[in-house]
Design a protein around this ligand. Sequence first.
Ligand SMILES: *Cc1c(COP(=O)(O)O)cnc(C)c1O
Length: 396
Amino acid sequence: MPGIASVRKHFLPFASPSVGEEEIAEVVETLRGGWLTTGPRTRRFEEQFAEYVGASFAVAVNSCTAALHLALDAIGTTPGDEVITTPMTFAATGEVIRYLGATPVFVDIDPVSMNIDPAQIATALDRCQRPRAILPVHIAGLASDLDAITDIAASHGLRIVEDAAHTLPTKHNGRMIGSIGDVSCFSFYSTKTMTTGEGGMATTNDADLAERMRIMSLHGISKDAWKRYTAQGSWYYEILAPGYKYNMPDIMAALGLVQLKRVEERYKRRADIARQYTQAFTELNDFVETPPDATGNSQHAWHLYILKLHLEKLSIDRDAFIEEMKKRNIGCSVHFIPLHLHPYYRDQFGFQPDDFPNAHAVYRRIVSLPIYPRMTDGDINDVIAAVTDICHTHAK
Ligand SMILES: *Cc1c(COP(=O)(O)O)cnc(C)c1O
């Protein structure tokens, strides 16, 4: 292609799951075993997941969205309540608040970490009538300022529900995400750091919240199918509330059990890729800003590597930058289009783009680069070479 230094032969997708022979064997064994829906493998997956993140309880469900919905229900969110959250997130975070008839109260982000800015939460609370919870999103796998958030929640009698979709394995001051807030909600969607195809997990240290989420995850029924149909169970059940159909089947838990064993090794590879990127892009700091790593005893999970462009130093915008990456056979993405810019939230709540100026400004600069264990050293070098070439070719 004219003007392009070198182009990879094959397209490098933005994301690609790591699934090995052990996962395949465990799924096949589940299929042969005759118990496909929620059962012994799901229970084992919940126990091992809870132990891994240091939580007392884990409830496996069929998505992180389901986990977030169940968490907000369990903490008692009712119509008219307000939930403090960040606009810099995926659709799921906002919609679950609406499911319960509650109002999302967006608070702008810190422009460097891209996580909710705790300093602005207090101002937002002044305008709230019935605040119920704070719902931080640990974007890319970097923990939000949970010390500040915990203090604010405690002083205002609020619960903390974490969107932990990016956080396996994230640490905040030495503690795993999953063991800190009232409920933490993980995603096992295909692009996340571990996957069950689709799936999610809610963790908590509160037995009552765990029990409510478990019951509501399966029709509001007081006993699940596994207990009902096995020898120690019986045909009898009671509906305690109009629940949901959010349970995780054993076929998915089979994947999860194997994936969980690989979380640490796959994390190490992603952290290694992030280090290589940051080292290389530091040379380009006129054109790009590298994402901050965790400091001290904290750990960034590196689910995403989000580069921020210095648009004033480039002759192209972010969209064109991504097109240039595509011309070089590399897939990129954007995390995220802030919720307040979407038609639904804009129309429902009358938001203007600059109501959350940091989220709006950073949105125009962000590019997520591929970062996953299946990438080869050659792939990593191709990404670095492409970014370098684009910055130099389109320098202002
Ligand atoms: C992926 C994602 C979700 C939703 O996860 P699902 O398992 O697909 O429901 C929620 N929040 C964030 C920030 C995400 O990236």
